[in-house]
Design a protein around this ligand. Structure first.
Ligand code: ASP
Ligand code: MG
Length: 441
C-alpha cells in the first residue's frame, strides 16, 4: 500500500482535480489517498467559528463563498449528462449543518467539526468524480480510525486495527480515499491536527499501515535550496534525510507540516514530495540515506522573539540554566534557539502568548531584554561546517547585524537570528555566497 496526500491547491480547482486523477491512475499499487480541503476553505471555516464564538451569527458571506467554491468545481468536473444532484445535495446538507450551529452553543467538538468540513467535502466530491469516471474507489471516514490521543506520539497500532476493521466492512478496492486533518481525541470526540496537518495524517497512516512509501503532492517540486518566494534561482533538492527535512519543515520551509517526518522516520518509510502540476519532475525524496554531505538548504522562520537574560549571578554558578528553563516549562513555551556566555543567555521563542508572565518571572534572575520581530535563518545539511566554503556563512556578519548564532546542537543545522526586516537580504546574500554554482542556472 502507498499513501498519497494531495494539498489544498491540488484539490482547489477542477483542472487540478483532473491532474490528481491522472496521478492516481498511474500508480501500480493499492493506494490510500488523503486529501486536504480546497485551498482557502479551512480559513473560511475557522472564520465562521471565530464569529460564532463571539455570538456573531452573520456568517452568510462565508456560507456563500463555500457554496460557490464547491458548486463551481462540481459544475466543471462533471459533464451535463452526469447526475450530480446527490453531490449538490450533500454540499447543501453540510452548509445547513454549519447554519444549524448558529442557534446552539458552540462546543469544542462542534468547532472541530466545522473546521474539518472542508476535508469532508473535498473527499466526497473527489470520490464521486472518480466513480463517475469509472474509477472504482472507497471513501473512508477518517473519524472511524484516526484516533490520535497524543498528537506528539500517535498510537500507530490502534490506528492500524481500526483502519483494518473499517476496510473489512466494505468491498475490497485498489483506491481508498480519506480526509486529512481530522482526528479523534482521547475523549472520543472529533478534533483536528494542527493547521496544515493533513501532511501529518498521511505519514501517521503511512506508518500505521506499514506503507511502502508516502507521497505528498503540493504545488512546488519538493524542498528548494532556498525560499523561492524571496530568492531567485533556487533549485529543488533531490535527497534529504529525515533529520534535515524535519529541521527545514520546522524552520519555515512552508512545504511540509513540521511533524510530518516523525512517524515514518523510525520505520524508514520513504517520503516523496512531488508537484501535482509537474508530476514528471523528481521532487524530493526524504529517506535515511545521507550519501550527500554539505549544505543543502536555507530557510527562514519569522515571528521570533529573542529574550536575553543578563546576570552576574550566573557567573560560575550551577543550576542557573535549570531555573531559567523551568519558567519556560511552567508556561509550556518551547525554546528554539539558545546561546550562552558566562554572564548572559539569549534564547528565542515563537509563541508570545505567555511572554509577559515569562518576563515577569525571569526578572528575578537578572536584566531582561526582549526583541520581537526576529527571523531565524536556518542552514541545513550534513556536517555543514566541514563543507568547503561554509566559512562564507560568517561573511554575512559584515553585511547584516546577526543577533545570535547557534551550531553544534546537531551537525545538520546552523541557525542565525536576524531582524525580520533583514531576512530577505540575508537569504539572498547567503544564497549567492553558498550556492554560487546555481546563480546563473
Ligand atoms: N485543511 C487544513 C488546513 O488548511 C489541513 C491541511 O490542509 O493540511 O490547515
Ligand atoms: Mg499544507
Amino acid at each position: 500500500m502507498k499513501v498519497l496526500k494531495f494539498g489544498g491547491t491540488s484539490v482547489g480547482s477542477s483542472s487540478s482535480i483532473k491532474e490528481i486523477k491522472h496521478i492516481i491512475e498511474n500508480q501500480n499499487d493499492k493506494i490510500l489517498v488523503v486529501l486536504s480541503a480546497m485551498s482557502g476553505v479551512t480559513n473560511e471555516l475557522v472564520q465562521i467559528n471565530n464569529k460564532l464564538k463571539e455570538n456573531n451569527t452573520d456568517i452568510q458571506i462565508h456560507i456563500d463563498y463555500l457554496r460557490k467554491r464547491h458548486l463551481t468545481v462540481i459544475n466543471e468536473l462533471f459533464s451535463p449528462k452526469q447526475n450530480t444532484e446527490h453531490i449538490v445535495e450533500y454540499v447543501e446538507e453540510i452548509l445547513e449543518k454549519i447554519e444549524s450551529f448558529k442557534k446552539e452553543y458552540l462546543t469544542k467538538e462542534r468547532e472541530s467539526i466545522v473546521s474539518t468540513l472542508g476535508e469532508t467535502l473535498s473527499t466526497f466530491i473527489f470520490s464521486e468524480y472518480l466513480k463517475a469516471s469509472e474509477v472504482s474507489n472507497k471513501l473512508l471516514d477518517a473519524s472511524f480510525f484516526m484516533l490520535v490521543e497524543n498528537d506528539e506520539n500517535p498510537n500507530l497500532k490502534v490506528i492500524h486495527t481500526l483502519f483494518e476493521r473499517e476496510v473489512e466492512r466494505m468491498e475490497d478496492s485498489n483506491i481508498y480515499i480519506t480526509q486529512g486533518y481530522i482526528r479523534i481525541d482521547r475523549n472520543n470526540k472529533i478534533s483536528t491536527l494542527d493547521r496544515g496537518g493533513s501532511d501529518y495524517t498521511a505519514t501517521i497512516l503511512g506508518a500505521a499501515l506499514d506503507a511502502t512509501e508516502v507521497q505528498i503532492w503540493t504545488d512546488i517540486d519538493g524542498f528548494h535550496n532556498n525560499d523561492p518566494r524571496f530568492v531567485d534561482n533556487t533549485r529543488p533538492i533531490e535527497y534529504l534525510t529525515y533529520d534535515e527535512a524535519a529541521e527545514l519543515a520546522y524552520f519555515g520551509a512552508k512545504i511540509l507540516h513540521p511533524k510530518t517526518v516523525m512517524p515514518i522516520r523510525k520505520k524508514g518509510i520513504p517520503l516523496y514530495l512531488k508537484n501535482t502540476f509537474k508530476p514528471e519532475s523528481n521532487g524530493t525524496l526524504i529517506f535515511n540515506d545521507s550519501k550527500y554531505f554539505g549544505l543543502k538548504s536555507i530557510s527562514a522562520k519569522d515571528g521570533i522573539t529573542a529574550i536575553k537574560i543578563k546576570s552576574n549571578k550566573m557567573l560560575m554558578a550551577y543550576g542557573f540554566l535549570l531555573k531559567i528553563f523551568e519558567i519556560f516549562e511552567k508556561y509550556k513555551t518551547p525554546i528554539d534557539m539558545i546561546t550562552t556566555s558566562e554572564v548572559a543567555i539569549s534564547l528565542t521563542i515563537d509563541s508570545t502568548k505567555k511572554l509577559d508572565k515569562i518576563v515577569k518571572e525571569l526578572k528575578a534572575y537578572g536584566e531582561i531584554e526582549v526583541e520581537t520581530n526576529q527571523s531565524i535563518i536556518c542552514l541545513v545539511g550534513q556536517s555543514i561546517i566541514e563543507d568547503k566554503g561554509s566559512n562564507k556563512i560568517f561573511e554575512l556578519l559584515n553585511e547584516i547585524p546577526v543577533r545570535m548564532i547557534s551550531y553544534g546542537g546537531s551537525e545538520n543545522n546552523i541557525s542565525l537570528l536576524v531582524s525580520e526586516e533583514n531576512k530577505v537580504t540575508a537569504l539572498q546574500a547567503l544564497h549567492k555566497k553558498l550556492f554560487p554554482k546555481h546563480i546563473n542556472v
